[in-house]
Structure formats: C-alpha cells, structure tokens
Design a binder for this molecule. Structure first.
Ligand code: SAM
Length: 244
C-alpha cells in the first residue's frame, strides 16, 4: 500500500531484523536512508535490490517534498544506519510533513539502543528520560546536565568511546556520584554492560578508552550508594553489614 513506512533495523546482530521489516524493505518502491552503502549491506543480507534515496532532516526541502509527493502512490520506507529512525536519527520532519499531507504513516518497530541499554543496566525502568547525545562543548554539556539534575527518572545518553570518560566525569560533577551503567556493542559479539558509580566508571574509561558504540544509563537521584563512612570504626561496621 502507498505511504511512509518507518522501519527499525538491527543495531548489531542482523538476525534482529523482524520478518515484517524484511518484507517491507523487500517490497518498498524506494528506501529513504542515511548512507546508501550501509543500507545496501542490509539489502544484500536480504538478497534484494531496491532504489535508495539519501535523506536527512537537513536535506533540501525539495528532497522531502519529492519523497512526500511519491508517497501518495508509492510505498516509501525510511531506515537509518542502525536502530529506530527518528531516535537521534533523521525522520522527524519527514513524518511531520507526511502526516500534514494526509499520507498514511506506518511504523515497523524494532531495536533501539536506548531501550536495549535500559534493559541491561539493572537501574529503575519505571520512569526514564532519553537525552540523546550531550553537547560537545564543556559549558553547554554542563548546562544540559544541570537542567536534568533534579529529574526523578533514570537518564539515558548516547556516547562515543573517545568522549566517554569526560562525559562520565561531567555527569558525576553535575549529578553527584550516582550509580550508572555503560552498555557497549549491544547485540554484537562483545556486548557488555559495566555498572558502578559514575566516578569509578570515569576513572576506568579514562585509563582504557573503549572502542565501539556506547549508551550511558544513570540512576535517578536518591538511588546513590551510601556515602563513605568517615572514620575507621564506622567503615568497619559498614563493611561487616555488607559481608555475605
Ligand atoms: N536510532 C538509533 C537507535 O534507535 O538506537 C540510534 C542512532 S545514534 C546516531 C547512534 C548511537 O546509538 C551510537 O553512537 C551509540 O551511542 C548508540 N548505539 C547504536 N548501536 C549501538 C550498540 N550496538 N551498542 C551500544 N550503543 C549503540
């Protein structure tokens, strides 16, 4: 059927592509994508060839208008390089304008690194706030962190290996030394999720900058571990309580 199809694709393991996503990609009249080389690999895996159209939210308006005009009579799929389109990825403007034009928008839900990381970290899941990528510049980053310091929810950030340690240190500084999880390479061979306090994680990753793609998950305020005891007796008593 004609319309716009938002298709989630794997964030690592290609077997995570749903049969429905595969069927839509195999039959779409065209696929709007971020990087046609990345999407071509996925289509090769499916053994299909479909026309691909590079699309970003900052693409010229005529690119978006052209796609929307086609949706009246053709099926147009939107994918990003990995995961769910629109989530720190292009698509928001396309969906908004397609809806305004009366086009039917259908979603084919699937993997998203933010939700996958939340399921790994062992932190509260009842309320969470996804913040995407923090700003690069230290001042803007500190401002964003300050804005969410009082939010009573688990926080989720996307991050890259080279920036991870600095981001964890900035989070410890702005939020207090909360418990956090660093999820890496989700659904890939070396998937891991390391949990500790923000300051301990910052020290660990400053020494060994990690490779690969990363999601940081931070506990809500008040979920922090107990403050360190301030004298030896109290420390001993505390340690005894914690012994198995
Ligand atoms: N739309 C995608 C989604 O739904 O997951 C996210 C796109 S965003 C441009 C890419 C970021 O997602 C990466 O920098 C990383 O923070 C995170 N990410 C993607 N794949 C991941 C994976 N397999 N493991 C951990 N983080 C991942």
């Amino acid at each position: 059927d004609p319309g716009l199809y938002i298709v989630a694709t794997p964030i690592g393991n290609l077997s995570d592509l749903s049969p429905r996503a595969g069927a839509i990609l195999s039959s779409a009249d065209a696929i709007a994508c971020e990087d046609s080389r990345v999407t071509a690999k996925l289509l090769n895996h499916l053994g299909v060839r479909r026309p691909m159209i590079p699309y970003h939210d900052h693409s010229a308006p005529h690119v978006r208008d052209g796609l929307i005009a086609r949706m009246a009579s053709e099926s147009i799929a939107l994918v990003s390089d990995a995961g769910t389109p629109l989530i720190s990825d292009p698509g928001y403007k396309l969906v908004r304008e397609a809806r305004a034009a009366g086009i039917t928008v259908t979603t084919i839900p699937g993997p998203s690194a933010a939700i996958a990381a939340l399921t790994l970290a062992g932190l509260p899941t009842d309320r969470f706030l996804f913040l995407g990528f923090l700003p690069n510049k230290a001042k803007a980053r500190a401002n964003t962190i300050a804005e969410v310091a009082d939010v009573r929810a688990t926080l989720i950030f996307y991050e890259s290996g080279p920036r991870l340690a600095a981001t964890l240190a900035a989070l410890a500084e702005g939020l207090g030394d909360r418990e956090a999880g660093v999820a890496r390479e989700i659904s890939k061979r070396f998937e891991e999720c390391v949990t500790d306090t923000l300051s301990t994680l910052a020290a660990r990753y400053a020494e060994h900058p990690p490779k690969g793609e990363i999601v940081v998950v931070v506990a809500p305020p008040g979920e922090a571990p107990p403050p360190p005891a301030d004298d030896a007796d109290a420390a001993l008593a505390e340690a005894l309580i914690r012994l198995p």
